[in-house]
Write a protein that binds this ligand. Sequence first.
Ligand SMILES: Nc1nc2c(ncn2[C@@H]2O[C@H](COP(=O)(O)OP(=O)(O)OP(=O)(O)O)[C@@H](O)[C@H]2O)c(=O)[nH]1
Length: 427
Amino acid sequence: MATEDDSLNALLFEAIVSHSENIIGVKDLSGRYLFANVGYARTFGQPADTFLGRSDRELFPSDIATSLRAADRRARFSQSSIIVEETVPVNGEMRTYLSVKFPIHDTAGKVFATGLIATDVSQWRKSEEQLRQSEELFRQAFENATIGMCLAGLDGVLLRVNPQLCRTLGYERTELEGHPLSEFTHIERGDARPDYVRHARNGDAAWSEQDRRYRHKDGHDVWCKVSSSLVKGSQGEPLYYISHVRDITESRQMEAELKRLASTDPLTGIANRRSFFEHIEQELQRLRRMQTHVSCLMLDIDHFKTINDRFGHPAGDEALRFFTMLCQQRLRITDVFARLGGEEFAILMPGTPLDGAVELAEQIRQLVGATPVTLPGASVPLTVSIGVTALHRDDNSPDAMLRRADAALYQAKTKGRNRVASVREAA
Ligand SMILES: Nc1nc2c(ncn2[C@@H]2O[C@H](COP(=O)(O)OP(=O)(O)OP(=O)(O)O)[C@@H](O)[C@H]2O)c(=O)[nH]1
């Protein structure tokens, strides 16, 4: 006889199963449906009643029905419930369900049916698979990249490094991970932390690029272009940095070598005309800011043409190199020695007043005159004429000073060569 409690339970059961998003069913021992909730109607597009009395064999392909039945059987023999993942076709599309299956007992404690509550997890599985695929894609790109890559925490500590970064710096993965990249960096500007760590601390710029000099494990320097971007979480909160680290050592060396070649005279190895002008420009700037002296010598080997004529051009080259070497013996580290062209040279002397420059010019003149150059078959005496002047703060270009030096040299030449002449002011 039905009690009031039974009717309440029936109402509760009805309310729960009809509002559930899940598929809820009960099958008898032969696998025929005793109960199917509205979830069945929603999923399969047929009234829930149409399932009653039918088995999975009539609803699904036989291999699927067999595996559903096997799970039902396992549930019947289980103590409480089992959870299985089941895939079934729904309107021509395979869908994945997470099913809780459990035995249902009669009042005598005998199992007479199997219950099931199934949740459609197809979308989760799909998202999981997409996530797995994109993680795999990232992993492959990270591991196989021909550029160094790393993930670093907001404090700059390396969380993950790729094999190329290990090769670039010469360390094992375990020697890098857990350490800040700054441990392997030269301190160039007083702060070893990469810019992105400073940016993170200040909460600005999500991207930065900079050239940094690292120490390879074997001790040599490695120049790298480091491009870093901030990875943010779903709420926009900063999580970590991902950096590309490109080894640019070779191109920096090439750049430096090109710069050196562009500013060097190939025959003598000293500064060339272009570089000399740049030095005068710099000194002019300094002179305008500071109380100092800058002097300049312009040197021209006397009758150099006769050396070429007598001994040939290669011997003339040798004489030019020898002359360079002689002058260098008298120079300070701060002096700039340049070959302006042909047999014409110049020396810029920061910190030296005109009188001191004249003195040095005289020393050079005497040294050159006293030291003949050894050429094939002869020891040839050289003499040099030298014009001396000073850089003035109101010189509006290097040319202004060079014109005075040239005028002084002209005087030395016209007064008989092998002498020093100076011009203090503009003519
Ligand atoms: N071997 C060699 N000779 C050069 C080079 N550049 C210029 N010369 C030569 O230097 C000589 C310069 O001659 P001039 O300008 O007449 O001057 P100089 O014979 O030294 O006579 P003064 O300067 O008047 O004392 C020329 O014969 C040029 O061919 C060079 O790179 N190598």
